[in-house]
Design a binder for this molecule. Structure first.
Ligand code: AKG
Length: 281
């Protein structure tokens, strides 16, 4: 097995591993260490069944069963389906716009995700890329003054996404949920390093109005997604990309012909408790 860095900022391709086979504890440990070091791992040409995708993901910890997501596969609750494939009744898929804002998975819950493993089943002719950014670098490169200002600040993470792609029942459900506040700076539980924990789902800071929060949020989002902190992944069929939600964020691009099929399946590894519920505005 070998690791080939994907960009200056983050990511490595794992060479010489077949995830459909049994993986020894020693090999798994090497993969885990690389995951912590690079933030993103790419496994190419992995011809896996859904069961194998789930089984490999489980090696990293308990999986989220997506109780609240409309995109869960009915047969495999561990899988979130992100697809442009229309539903059986011919109506558009609700998940076709998933991930269009910079975010870290489940940041709007009290147990944000530890990791996610996204498998490319079908891709459009061109585009449908995903961007990833390194939130350690984003934090490390802030001034001492800004670091001090952010210490103790909590961002309010909005739930949901484009409501126009959802059924009315689902919109009502999401609107009824209380927002979650997360620290703007968090410590990665395994590496001990500080990371910036914001994103485009953050609408305001606790104790500040949305209008007061906006300039700081705009600055932080721009800063965290500077090209030198970002890796852009161009998907190939049978790719699996695994990312560490505790020190990276990502965005799915709409840079493709939406009449073509882009079909992705994701497992999500549960993280540790973080943040607190606040009263809905
Ligand atoms: O479809 C993608 O490229 C990423 C989707 C996404 O944002 C997610 O799975 O959290």
């Amino acid at each position: 097995m070998a690791f080939r860095p994907l960009s200056y900022a983050l990511g490595a391709e794992v060479l010489g591993i077949d995830l459909s086979k049994d993986i020894s504890a020693a090999t798994f440990d090497e993969v885990h260490q690389a995951f912590l070091r690079y933030g993103i791992l790419l496994f190419r040409d992995q011809h896996l069944t859904r069961e194998q995708h789930i089984a490999f993901s489980r090696r990293f910890g308990e999986l989220d069963c997506n109780e609240r997501s409309p995109d869960t596969d009915p047969q495999y609750p561990e899988l979130i389906i992100i697809t442009t494939r229309p539903r059986a009744d011919g109506t558009p898929s609700e998940s076709r716009y998933t991930g269009r804002l910079w975010h870290s998975d489940l940041c709007h819950t009290l147990t944000p995700a530890m990791g996610s493993l996204l498998r490319c089943i079908e891709r459009p002719d061109v585009g449908g890329d995903t961007l990833f950014s390194n939130m350690y670098l984003a934090y490390d490169t802030l001034s001492d003054g800004m670091k001090k200002l952010l210490e103790g600040l909590h961002g309010i993470h909005a739930r949901g996404r484009q409501y126009d792609t959802m059924s009315t029942e689902r919109v009502a459900f999401l609107k009824g949920l209380r927002p979650v506040a997360q620290p703007a700076v968090r410590v990665h539980p395994e590496t001990g390093r500080k990371t910036l924990y914001i994103g485009e789902k953050v609408k305001q800071f606790v104790g500040f109005t949305p209008e007061e929060s906006r300039p700081l949020l705009d600055f932080l989002n721009r800063h965290a997604t500077r090209p030198e902190f970002v890796y852009r992944h161009q998907w190939r069929k049978h790719d699996i990309v695994m990312w560490d939600n505790r020190c990276t964020q990502h965005q799915a691009l709409g840079d493709f012909d939406m009449t073509q099929i882009r079909h992705m399946e994701r497992t999500t590894i549960k993280g540790t408790p973080s943040g607190y519920l606040i009263e809905a505005a």
